[in-house]
Design a protein around this ligand. Structure first.
Ligand SMILES: [Mn+2]
Length: 363
């Protein structure tokens, strides 16, 4: 597996400076998400402040921990470069930095402070991409996180009833996930009913669940650092209360989800998988009502590479963990989304979610 040190050679750099907390976590074990990581051929250092130095020392035993004190990050990087054996009089050092994950202010400070002695080159998504292929241990954590989601979903199905508010639904899911061992949420829980379900990222409100409506629940938790993500849409009401349009939209999303899943296997491009779902939705007459990508990678962070989207040329590989979540959103009316999280295997994929996808009528 490619490691952070491989990037030093690939980019012909003397050092790499990581500023994305998830990348620092992945490459060192330090999960404080506050700090920089300076990687050279012979040493890896974590720069942070006194709130995190002890934690970093425990979590990242292979790294040298540097307290930035009152100097701040840029000056500390400058001092470390000056003390290092890398420095030669006549040649500027080449330092790769995470251009997609640094504030303009922090970049400016860095450039102003070390610009004379070092050339800063952009690493783009290269460090993020090291995280795409998950090892067995990571997959088991992701699987457990998703299983917690499954358990929370079966729990919520036993307590849902008309009159409950969206906020109560979200809270019940969250409490259940925490009781089952989650340390946090991978994102703000979505519970959107009726008209609200046409907003892909609706915020739960005090609206009560009413008969004859869809309720979309999109939720996930963090388990041992790893995220889960799943969405189910249920119908609050009985079978004879659903409209033809509601039924058609649900069936179309379900077909798009199950058919696109069948295309997930090593060697297939991300955009090909997206196209399968998108074509089914367009053919049913809902072209333009599925605005987002089909899915995304999941790991330490909820949205990772690769993306199952129209723009992503990445080829699926064994160990990629991605979501598959088509949706149809009819503004002012309703929306439906169904989402599983799967891991790519030699012969296709393993679905980490096991909750039912046939429409559940809750009354
Ligand atoms: Mn998702």
């Amino acid at each position: 597996m490619k490691t952070i040190k491989n990037l030093l050679a690939e980019y012909n750099c003397d050092a790499l400076l990581l500023t994305d907390g998830y990348n620092i976590h992945y490459n060192s074990g330090y999960a404080g998400h506050e700090g920089y990581m300076l990687v050279t051929k012979d040493k890896t250092r974590i720069l942070t402040d006194s709130r995190y130095t002890e934690q970093a020392g425990i979590e990242a035993p292979d790294c040298e921990i540097v307290d930035i004190g009152l100097d701040g990050y840029a000056k500390t990087v400058k001092r470390l470069l000056e003390e290092s054996t890398l420095k030669t009089e006549d040649k500027k050092l080449v330092i790769g930095f995470e251009n997609k994950h640094i504030s303009y202010e922090a970049y400016k400070k860095l450039a102003d402070t070390i610009g004379d002695q070092a050339e800063l080159i952009e690493l783009g998504d290269s460090v993020n991409k090291l995280r795409m292929v998950k090892c067995a241990e990571e997959i088991e954590k992701l699987a457990r996180a998703e299983a917690i989601g499954d358990e929370a979903f079966s729990h919520i199905c036993t307590v849902l009833k008309p009159g409950m508010t969206e906020r109560e639904v979200a809270l019940a899911l969250e409490v259940k996930m925490r009781q089952l061992g989650a340390t946090g949420l991978s994102f703000d829980t979505i519970a959107a009913s009726g008209e609200h379900s046409s907003l892909p990222h609706a915020v739960p409100t005090d609206k009560q669940l009413a008969r004859g409506e869809f309720l979309t629940m999109d939720f996930g938790c963090v388990y041992e650092g790893y995220c889960s993500d799943m969405t189910r849409t249920v119908f609050t009401g009985s079978k004879d209360e659903i409209s033809d349009e509601q039924k058609k939209v649900y069936d179309t999303v379900l077909l798009a989800q199950t058919e696109s899943l069948k295309h997930i296997r090593p060697g297939v491009s991300c955009k090909e998988v997206d196209k399968v779902a998108r074509d089914i939705i367009a053919k049913a007459g809902y072209d333009g009502f599925f605005g987002h990508g089909l899915g995304h990678g999941v790991g330490l962070y909820i949205h990772e590479e690769p993306r199952l989207s129209q723009k992503c040329d990445e080829i699926l590989q064994v160990g990629h963990v991605v979501t598959c979540e088509p949706g149809i959103y009819l503004p002012g009316k309703f929306g439906v989304r169904i989402e599983d999280m799967v891991v790519v295997t030699e012969d296709g994929y393993r679905n980490l979610a096991s909750s039912p996808k046939e429409l559940l009528y809750i009354s």
